[in-house]
Design a binder for this molecule. Sequence first.
Ligand code: PLP
Length: 405
Amino acid sequence: MSISQIARTISASPTLALNEKAAILREKGEPVIHLGGGEPKSRAPLDAILAVAAHLNTGEIRYAPADGIPALKKAIIRYTDENYGRLVAPENVIASGGAKQAIMVALQAILDPKDEVIFPSPYWVSYPEMVKLCGAIPVAVPPEDGTFYPRIQDIEQRVGSYTKAVMINSPNNPSGVMYSEQFIADIVQFCEKRDLYLIMDDIYHRLVFDGKKSPICYQYAKNLAENSKLILINGVSKLYAMTGFRIGWAIANKKLIEVMTNIQGQQTSGPSVLLQKAAVGALNGIQSGVENLRTTLENNRNVLVDRLKTFEGVKVSKPDGTFYCFADFSAYEKNSTKLSKFLIDKVLVLTMPGVEFGMDGYLRISFCGAINEITEGIERMKWALDPNSPNELYIGDRKLVRDWL
Ligand SMILES: Cc1ncc(COP(=O)(O)O)c(C=O)c1O
């Protein structure tokens, strides 16, 4: 079969593949505990449901404008004003099929083949593949000091004549760390000085803990005029537990939004009007769900981190936000794919191998599920990994016997 050179470089999404594996096992009645997920388990806001139901009831479900319906743009403008202190125009906004499509369309709008896009490691699994889809080259930069906190010199060292953009995700999937105010200031100013695009993937920006607040990129920008190369990405998936609605957006200069709209218009057209209505409902409706989710996640994080600290040899840093913890399990197994497979095979606990996020030896453990699932999952992992564990473990009335270590 003849397929394109670009297509040949694209791998399957490992997170989606592992989710599929867990779903198949669950369907067979296996008591799988899913600590690999990337979505909150709460219900979508009632305002979102009512908005979509009302529009569905009209029976007139038509094409939407390629860049989003005016009501959604208006809600996004208000959101940006409230959360970022910046008033933008409708022409600065595009609504897309999730933050994922907003990022993809932005990359397609700015990248030529062989251009390079720099992002810190660990990184969201999709970044390298999205860059490659544009025929461009992903450049992952691990912080040299061994932490999850990049420093400006880490990025600076990798910038060359092919660098077109820097992509920053904070709070970060998978590490859960929130980059410092100083780093955000530095990167915004550095990109302005070097005339680079800066894509700020802020999808988790309100899911932060311990009373912290996410730095706001605009506060450090010297140039917010219509030639600014700052692109802000956001969406309803994580904050409002609306992953299946597939609505995200980008804020950027008008010319770039126009180009992104042309691309999206030819590619998929605008996102479904029903789902856009739902996002309007969520953004304009009662907001208490976001805070409830945040506090639940903070509590889950505390429990998870406390339990992980009881593993001998596991190195864990407390996530500042998101719903992921990225723990170093290399004391047990350096090959994270092997370790993740071992855990699902032996104790039916799904975790994500760190290698997919650019760091082998780590596992990404999600804490967006129910607290009893988190504690039981960790207990099973500990039983599987600790050579001093008793020989047997009961999952319900199923007896597991150690035949390893
Ligand atoms: C860092 C990051 N950016 C973007 C996305 C995509 O979000 P959406 O569901 O809005 O496409 C995700 C989802 O996992 C993510 O973790």
